[in-house]
Design a binder for this molecule. Sequence first.
Ligand code: NAD
Ligand code: AHE
Ligand code: ZN
Length: 378
Amino acid sequence: TTGKTITCQAMVARAPKQPLTLETITVDVPQKGEVRVKVMANALCHTDVYTLDGHDPEGLFPSILGHEAGCIVESVGEGVTSVKPGDHVIPCYTPQCAAPACIFCQSPKTNLCPVIRGTQGKGLMPDGTSRFKDKDGNPIYHFMGCSTMAEYTVLAEISCAKISKELPLQKACLFGCGVSTGLGAVWNTCKVEPNSSVAVFGLGAVGLAVIQGAKMAGAGRIIAVDINPDKFPAAAGLGATDCVDSSKLDKPVQNHIVDMTQWGVDYTFDCTGNTNVMRSALECAHRGWGTSCVIGVAASGHEISTRPFQLVTGRTWKGTAFGGFKSRRDVPLLVQRCVDGSLEVDHFITHTFDGVDKTNDAIETLHGGNCLRAVVRY
Ligand code: NAD
Ligand code: AHE
Ligand code: ZN
């Protein structure tokens, strides 16, 4: 490739708990196995805020956050064959190298391809360097292999899911994280069966996607739990049969749910990241066979606990990253279902902004409590 360095605008996370700063940055040409993309839309995920607030043990500053985006390929590096300029792609923080030698990619049991995970966690591209520089020429760290709070970013080819151009990127971006994760936790990680009972803790985009996926899987009773009752109408609209405000109970929420169901719930999901909630979710899983799935991301230093008796008596504790979807194979299929009309996602977009510089406003909106996804169009 004979590309040039691009100068563009980005929102940079300079320090924990500080607003992002609008900066002019440079984005280097994509190296071997890399793809440079123009970001067209980026949705805020709670995980971006978690890292910005300093709760992520892997959090680095200065960095460019953002990992739920829709992009158009601008140029490709040496050896890239699976995408070309003009293609629409979703950056995937869980890549899929699909190599015959990758035992993770070859296994149907997981989506956790480890090939670039080490450098990704250090905020660097696979060769150990950054493609971003600030106006003084100092490097800025990448984030989750995506860094989509910039007008242009560089991705590993194995992180690029090529999708149909029929779905506008301002909708397709949702499949980069929260919505895919919630659906996949139900369909792939837990394989919820028809008529089973489900309880969902935390009714943000992830929890509501769990409800939507559970309803589509034919679940019977779906119990929705939050401390913010404003979330209940959306949950009920997607298929929740019961809504519980856990802040208003005179006993632990797990006891309340066991009382409601006699023996507990077949499948429970934590979509809060609160380790006390994770315990509650495990402890109201059904005696003998209930499974509880951790989706929420806990703050640095927090650990889960329960009495081992809860496991001895037949409960299973598991977790999911990106809903178990093999990203490059499955994200295009989710997008196609959206195009076909068999998977509705419009209800997740509660706020829209224009311009990368509006990202702080979008973050403020996400903190507000009545926001599912705020999409920023660049
Ligand atoms: P969100 O902030 O939009 O939603 C969280 C919801 O939990 C809110 O409705 C809030 O009111 C509710 N809540 C907070 N404390 C609660 C409590 N004690 N009991 C019940 N409900 C409570 O977040 P989101 O974007 O939907 O993400 C949810 C979680 O999932 C976050 O922790 C995020 O980091 C994580 N996440 C994980 C993955 C993954 O791959 N494992 C992917 C995406 C997001
Ligand atoms: N970096 C943190 C953990 C953060 C985390 O668990 N991330 C989720 C995705 S959250 C998406 O919104 C995940 O999939 N993790 C798997 C992975 O490989 O990062 C820490 O604890 O260090
Ligand atoms: Zn996310």
